[in-house]
Design a protein around this ligand. Structure first.
Ligand code: SF4
Length: 216
């Protein structure tokens, strides 16, 4: 909580997720891997212009056309297939109703999302937290690097171990999990880069070792 409060004092509330409605958040979570948000915005704008902001519309669109529309995000052929896989699953279980698809117990939803080809843990948890509004902590490379440099994890911690550490150390609070992940991203993008810039970082006053996780 001290880390969160220090980061939030510095950056302010981050107001995530920058998407309009549950389906757009799901699509953004799938497209944002390995690219920046500006590229995702361009891809979402293309989908909207093509009238493809519904489950059924995307479901009936050939994967090649989808790939062309989401080209700005990079890895567009792979991402188009991932998006189609997700949409096919949602369509077959809930038709055109994304809210109905997301409206199930967290563990059930997580298992379902992880069973979809191409949907990894970070994407699944982003959908659960930001689209479904359920308390799961999203772990990413920034989270790993910051916790490692601050001696809160060792380098053999995997995704599930970090998630468990965070969830068991914090009050179960969707709003907190939402903004804390965003704060980790803000710290990681602005200060805790592969070459850390500790001077001026809001977490500088906490014990840290900049030589931990040098390869990340
Ligand atoms: S930049 Fe330095 S002070 Fe900031 S989070 Fe990384 S290791 Fe900690």
């Amino acid at each position: 909580m001290e880390m969160y409060q220090a980061a939030r004092r510095h950056f302010g509330h981050q107001g995530w997720w920058p998407g309009d409605g549950a389906l757009e958040i799901c699509i953004g979570a799938i497209l944002t891997q390995n690219t920046n948000w500006k590229n995702v915005e361009k891809a979402i704008a293309n989908l909207k212009s093509a009238g493809l902001m519904s489950i059924s519309a995307i479901h009936s669109t050939p994967v090649e056309k989808l790939a062309e529309l989401i080209r700005p995000t990079g890895y567009f052929n792979i991402k188009a297939r991932r998006l189609k896989n997700f949409i096919k699953h949602a369509y077959e279980t809930a038709g055109d109703d994304i809210e109905a698809f997301l409206d199930k117990p967290l563990s059930e939803l997580r298992a379902e999302l992880l069973s979809i080809s191409g949907i990894g843990r970070e994407t699944a948890d982003s959908i659960i937290l930001y689209a479904a509004g359920k308390p799961t902590f999203v772990v990413d490379a920034y989270t790993y690097r910051i916790l490692l440099r601050h001696g809160l994890i060792s380098d053999d911690y995997d995704y599930e171990m970090i998630k468990e550490l965070l969830e068991s150390s914090l009050p179960e609070d969707v709003e907190l999990f939402n903004d804390f992940h965003a704060q980790f991203v803000a710290v990681g993008k602005n200060y805790c880069r592969p070459k850390p810039q500790c001077k001026g970082c809001p977490l500088e006053y906490l014990p840290h070792d900049i030589h931990a996780g040098e390869e990340f």
